[in-house]
Design a protein around this ligand. Structure first.
Ligand code: 0O2
Length: 205
């Protein structure tokens, strides 16, 4: 059975679309308000994400679940999401705090892949949230994923994604090399962070 053939899938996709629009709007307001109050913009850029049904289907299969609508709702937590790219490492944690303290979303899971990178070398901060969606005659909560990371982490993830798209199982030497690149990227982030603080100190004087 394919997800696209399941009855009710179009209605579910419409709810995800509304959730993504709510999520984007709320995040934009939170970040712009922060910029206004603090006279600093922690964001390099943002990008919304909407998984295709084919990609959701292969994620379900990879996790060992049957392709059903219930399994999609309960086990694919990133059908829609937003990626927030920050210039500096401390800003990633600033953004996490802005979102967590806003009470705009109910957080269902939190993963700090910066403190504990995935075995691939992937680094990013993830928040899974429930977005409130107002429909004509009811309110529904739809799950979405927020990924927050630095430019360097994003560059790595984007190249990693491209390599894995071409070849699902990368040979060990390439896996090792990718991990080493991820470690180098951490050093780069730390150096840039240091420079950032030096410039801020100069500005204060
Ligand atoms: P795509 O194509 O980017 O959408 P769980 O929440 O634990 O049940 P899940 O959903 O796999 O399982 O959670 P995870 O691993 O916290 O986050 C999933 C998303 O994070 C992925 O979505 C990627 O966007 C990103 N990600 C996680 N690991 C890696 C990695 O090793 N390399 C890269 N480039 N990205 C990663 P998808 O659906 O896997 O992919």
């Amino acid at each position: 059975m394919k997800l696209q053939d399941i009855e009710g899938i179009d209605e579910l996709m419409l709810k995800y679309k509304f959730a993504l629009s709510e999520l984007t709007n709320k995040i934009t307001i939170l970040l712009e308000e922060y910029e206004f109050n603090n006279k600093t913009d922690p964001i390099e850029h943002t990008k919304t994400r909407f998984k295709t049904l084919e990609s959701a289907e292969s994620k379900l299969r990879k996790k060992g679940y049957e392709v059903t609508m219930d399994n999609l709702i309960n086990h694919v937590h990133d059908m829609v999401g937003i990626r927030i790219i920050c210039s500096f490492l401390t800003e990633v944690y600033d953004v996490v705090n802005i979102i967590k303290s806003s009470k705009q979303f109910r957080i269902t899971a939190e993963k700090d892949y910066i403190k504990e990178p995935k075995k691939s070398g992937y680094r990013s901060y993830h928040l899974n949230v429930l977005v409130r969606v107002h429909l004509k005659d009811k309110i529904e909560y739809v799950e979405a994923e927020i990924q927050i990371r630095t430019i360097a982490m994003d560059t790595w993830a984007s190249l990693d994604h491209k390599l894995r798209y071409k070849l699902t199982n990368l040979p060990d030497n390439i896996e090792d090399e990718m991990y080493a690149c991820s470690d180098e990227m951490v050093l780069l982030d730390k150096r840039m962070e240091k420079l950032h603080h030096e410039v801020l100190n100069l500005e204060d004087k």
